[in-house]
Design a protein around this ligand. Structure first.
Ligand code: PLP
Length: 389
C-alpha cells in the first residue's frame, strides 16, 4: 500500500508528546487539571435540546438531508446576521450551513488552491487554515501576529509578489489563540489590501458572541466591500455550546458560497435535520444564556489573570474568546514550560507553538473549565510557584 505523498506534507501533530505524557500521568493515578481544551464545559441550553428531540421523532428527519441545508435554517441564519450585525444576506445564495465550521474551513481550500498555490495564513493561527491549504496541494505563507501589532497582521510587511501570487487570505477575530480582537476599520483595511492583490478573504468568526466587559465584536461582513471579495465562517459551537452537534455556517460572497456548495455537494450529504432544527431554535429562540455564560467566563478570566500575574506570567486581558495567551518566562521554550507545568503542578496547557512558530514564548489557557476545577488549578499554580521560591 502506498499512501498519497500529500500526507507527508502535514506537519507532525505537536500535541502527541504532551497527550502521551498526560495519559501516562493519569494511568499512574495523577489528577491532571486541563486548561488545554477550547470546548464549552456548560451544556447546550435545554430549549435547544428539546427542539432537537422533537425533530428526531419525526421520520421525515430520518432521511438524507440536502447539502444546501433546510431553507428554514438558511433563513434563520440570515435573520440572525441582520439582527446581530445589521448585515443583510440572501438566504438562498449567500448562506450555507456547514457540518461544523471546521469542515467548511478545510474544504474551501479546494475552491481556491491550485497545486503550488499560496494562501496567506496567520501565525499563530487555527491549524485547519494551513492544513486545508496543504491538503489541497498548496502552501501557506505565514503572516506573523505580533504582540506589538496587537496580534493583527501587518499587510505592508507581505512582499507584493507574494500577495499577488496568493489566492486567499485567512483572518480570525476574535482570535484563537491570542484572544485579540479587530475593529471594522481593520477589516476595511483588509478588504482594500485584498482588492489591490485580487485576493479572496475567508474570515473565521466563531467567537463573536463570547465577549466581556460589554464589548460586542463586529462581523467582517460589516466592512464596506466585504461581500464583494469575502465570506465569514461562523459556528453554533461556542455561542450555543453545541460543539458536539456539529453545526456551523458560511455567509457572504455569492460565488464563494456557491463554490463551496459545489465541493461539498460532491463530498457530504448535509447536516442531520434534527440538528438543523435545533440550530433554527438556537438562532431564533431566547439568547439569554449568552450573557449568563459570558458573565461566568468573565469571572473565570479575571481570577485566572490575577493568579497568572502573581506567578509572573504576563497576559493581555482578552475582550473576547475564552482564551488567555500568556507569555512564559525567558529561558524556556513553550513546549518545555508546558511539560514543566504538567510534571510539577499537574496542570495541562497548550504550548503556543501548537499554533505556529510565532507562538513560541507563549502558552494558551482556556477558560472552559468548571469553577471548582478552576479553583483547584489556581491553588496548584500558586503552590507550585511558592515551591519554586
Ligand atoms: C478559530 C476557530 N475556528 C473554527 C473552529 C471550529 O468550530 P466548529 O466547532 O464550528 O467546527 C474553532 C474551534 O475550536 C476555532 O477555534
Amino acid at each position: 500500500m502506498e499512501l498519497a505523498k500529500r500526507l507527508n506534507k502535514l506537519p507532525p501533530y505537536l500535541f502527541v508528546e504532551i497527550n502521551q505524557r498526560i495519559a501516562e500521568l493519569k494511568a499512574r493515578g495523577e489528577d491532571i487539571i486541563s486548561f488545554a481544551i477550547g470546548d464549552p464545559d456548560l451544556p447546550t441550553p435545554p430549549h435547544i435540546i428539546e427542539h432537537m428531540c422533537q425533530a428526531a421523532h419525526d421520520p421525515t428527519n430520518h432521511r438524507y438531508p440536502e447539502t444546501a441545508g433546510l431553507p428554514e435554517l438558511r433563513q434563520a441564519i440570515a435573520e440572525w446576521y441582520e439582527r446581530r450585525f445589521g448585515v443583510t444576506l440572501n438566504p438562498a445564495k449567500e448562506v450555507l450551513p456547514l457540518i461544523g465550521s471546521k469542515e467548511g474551513i478545510g474544504h474551501i481550500a479546494l475552491c481556491f488552491i491550485e497545486p503550488g498555490g499560496l494562501a496567506l495564513v496567520p501565525d499563530p493561527g487555527y491549524p485547519p487554515f494551513s492544513m486545508g491549504t496543504i491538503l489541497a496541494g498548496g502552501e501557506p505563507y505565514f503572516m506573523p501576529l505580533k504582540e506589538k501589532n496587537d496580534f493583527l497582521p501587518d499587510f505592508e510587511a507581505i512582499p507584493g509578489e507574494v500577495a499577488d501570487r496568493a489566492k486567499v487570505m485567512w483572518l480570525n477575530y476574535p482570535n484563537n489563540p491570542t484572544g485579540a480582537t479587530a475593529g471594522i476599520d481593520f477589516f476595511e483595511k483588509a478588504v482594500r489590501f485584498a482588492q489591490q492583490h485580487d485576493l479572496a478573504i475567508c474570515h473565521d468568526a466563531p467567537y463573536t458572541e463570547v465577549a466581556f466587559d460589554g464589548y460586542k465584536p463586529p462581523s467582517f461582513m460589516q466592512a464596506a466591500g466585504a461581500k464583494k471579495i469575502g465570506v465569514e465562517f461562523h459556528s453554533l459551537s461556542k455561542t450555543y455550546h453545541m460543539t458536539g452537534w456539529r453545526i456551523g455556517m458560511v455567509a457572504g460572497n455569492v460565488d464563494m458560497v456557491d463554490a463551496l456548495f459545489r465541493v461539498k455537494s460532491n463530498l457530504d450529504s448535509g447536516i442531520p435535520q434534527a440538528i438543523q432544527y435545533a440550530a433554527v431554535e438556537a438562532l431564533r429562540g431566547s439568547q439569554q444564556h449568552i450573557a449568563e455564560h459570558n458573565a461566568i467566563l468573565q469571572q473565570r478570566r479575571d481570577k485566572l489573570l490575577k493568579v497568572l500575574s502573581e506567578i509572573g506570567l504576563k497576559a493581555r486581558i482578552p475582550k473576547a474568546t475564552f482564551y488567555i495567551w500568556a507569555k512564559i518566562p525567558q529561558g524556556y521554550t513553550s513546549m518545555d514550560f508546558t511539560k514543566k507545568l504538567l510534571d510539577e503542578a499537574g496542570i495541562a496547557v497548550t504550548p503556543g507553538t501548537g499554533y505556529g512558530k510565532e507562538g513560541e514564548g507563549y502558552i494558551r489557557l482556556s477558560l472552559t473549565i468548571a469553577d471548582d476545577r478552576l479553583e483547584q488549578g489556581i491553588n496548584r499554580l500558586l503552590a507550585w510557584h511558592r515551591r519554586r521560591g
